[in-house]
Design a protein around this ligand. Structure first.
Ligand code: BEZ
Length: 250
């Protein structure tokens, strides 16, 4: 998937702002070696670096890695997949914010995370979309696409939003001990009057693939019209984010 890193940094900076709480949960220590899995444009890797840990950021998007490397030239960033990475040195912790819902081969990702952690206490700290995440937006988008005849677009599986018991069971099956897990609503304010359309343009590109610009505009307008009553409050758009947070150790 091609990412617009300007749109990401300028209109969706809430992704890394909310991620600061996840860094607190990670609690990086001086001298630790930490992997930021799905580092995007690098802002949270920089926060971890500021805590005096050594951080490596990986992302499957070359665009994200290029932008991250320009913003933070002192940090090591690499294009790598969440399901296929190996480092010679094992990590004290693997951290991931707002990424793992993109990884449909989630069992492979969990196995890869486990393999790359230090024995006896290597920790995995992550937040991503949990069961029910952005359900109102997905429902509206899929029904609009279906009504307009774009059935194969509507039927795509783009994201993985597991329930808390489903995901923590997978972690346990992989060998992890889950020490914390939470599934909670976090209605998220989208910037300005075009927030919902911008969110869809940024994140829902797979659903819109192959449609002409004109069709995309009518789809986005339809979705806005369907959600105005529930997701627009005092002129501001909200996405019905539901987060899954986990801490697990090896
Ligand atoms: C999320 O952070 O929950 C998310 C972001 C983009 C698309 C889907 C989910």
């Amino acid at each position: 998937m091609k990412w617009n890193t300007n749109l990401y940094d300028n209109k969706h900076e809430f992704v890394s702002q909310y991620g600061q709480d996840v860094v607190e949960l990670l609690s990086p220590k001086e001298g630790e070696l930490i992997l930021d899995l799905g580092c995007g444009t690098g802002d949270l890797a920089a926060v971890i670096r500021d805590r005096k840990a050594t951080v490596i950021g990986i992302d499957s998007s070359p665009d994200m890695i290029e932008t991250a490397s320009k913003k933070y030239p002192d940090i090591q960033f690499e294009v790598k997949s969440a399901t296929d990475f190996t480092y010679e040195q094992k990590f004290d912790a693997i951290f991931s914010n707002a990424t793992l819902h993109w990884v449909l081969d989630y069992k492979k990702a969990i196995a890869c995370i486990y393999d790359n952690l230090k024995e006896n206490g290597g920790r995995f700290v992550a937040e991503f979309g949990g069961k029910g995440n952005v359900a109102s937006i997905i429902d509206a988008l899929k029904s609009t696409l279906r009504n307009k005849g774009y059935i194969s677009n509507a039927e795509k599986t783009v994201w993985y939003f597991p329930s808390l018991p489903a995901y923590t069971s997978l972690l346990e099956e992989a060998g992890f001990r889950v020490t914390f897990a939470a599934h909670f609503d976090r209605p998220t304010l989208l910037q300005d009057g075009h927030g919902l359309k911008n969110w869809l343009r940024m994140f829902a590109t797979s659903y819109l693939a192959g449609l002409s610009n004109d069709v995309v505009e009518t789809v986005l307008q339809d979705v806005e019209d369907q959600l105005r009553e529930t997701n627009l409050k005092d002129g501001a758009w909200y996405a019905d984010y539901v987060r899954l947070r986990v801490v697990a150790s090896k």
